[in-house]
Design a binder for this molecule. Structure first.
Ligand SMILES: [Zn+2]
Length: 195
């Protein structure tokens, strides 16, 4: 039995934060390099660099000094991303394909219609052709009815292996209240525990 998706917010925002931090550090790195390459005023009348080799050496030194800190930050982010990626792989459900029964139940639950979002939080109107993992299989999503969403070909393609946002999850559960019988659960999403 996997974990339900109450903690989807934490998972989603951790990864968004990492992505944002990576972009910020890349900008920091670029600015540092450009600043280091900017020509510096040599002291008037003083002993400036006497040869081209010295100029280049000076430039290389200042570039290395400038990229040390942002470079370290890139390295740390890289390690964090690698740890998260490795955990996703360890979580993977050994079964990737939904069983016939899960597919039948999931499609019946959705009344054969795509359950994904068609803009402004509305439900897509097209007929469902695929059983999709709401929380992506490649990121550790369970191959279970709890993680099954009915999808049309277009939505299935557009969704890819992105982790859904907490807002998408909330809206899907709200939409499900409209078409599921009151007795059945509207909650969606399940992730495998770490083995
Ligand atoms: Zn659709």
């Amino acid at each position: 039995m996997g974990e339900s998706m109450q903690e989807l917010g934490r998972i989603y925002w951790t990864r968004q934060g990492l992505r944002l931090a990576y972009s910020a550090v890349m900008v920091w790195l670029a600015i540092s390099v450009m600043t280091a390459l900017m020509p510096k005023e040599s002291p008037a009348g003083g002993a400036g660099p006497s040869s081209a080799a010295e100029v280049l050496r000076g430039l290389a030194d200042s570039v290395i000094a400038a990229v040390t800190l942002p470079g370290l930050a890139v390295f740390v982010l890289f390690i964090l991303a690698a740890v998260i990626g490795a955990q996703d792989v360890r979580r993977r459900d050994p079964v990737r394909r939904f069983t016939r029964q899960q597919r039948r139940d999931g499609m019946a639950r959705a009344d054969g219609r795509c359950e994904l979002e068609a803009g402004f939080g509305r439900r897509c109107a097209r007929p469902a052709e695929h059983g999709d993992h709401f929380y992506p299989w490649s990121k550790g999503g369970s191959t279970s009815l709890q993680n099954f969403v009915a999808a049309c070909t277009r939505c299935n393609r557009a969704k890819r292996a992105r982790i859904p946002s907490p807002g998408q999850q909330q809206r899907m559960e709200r939409r499900r209240r409209d078409y599921l019988p009151p007795s059945s659960s509207v909650s969606v999403g399940e992730r495998q525990p770490l083995p």
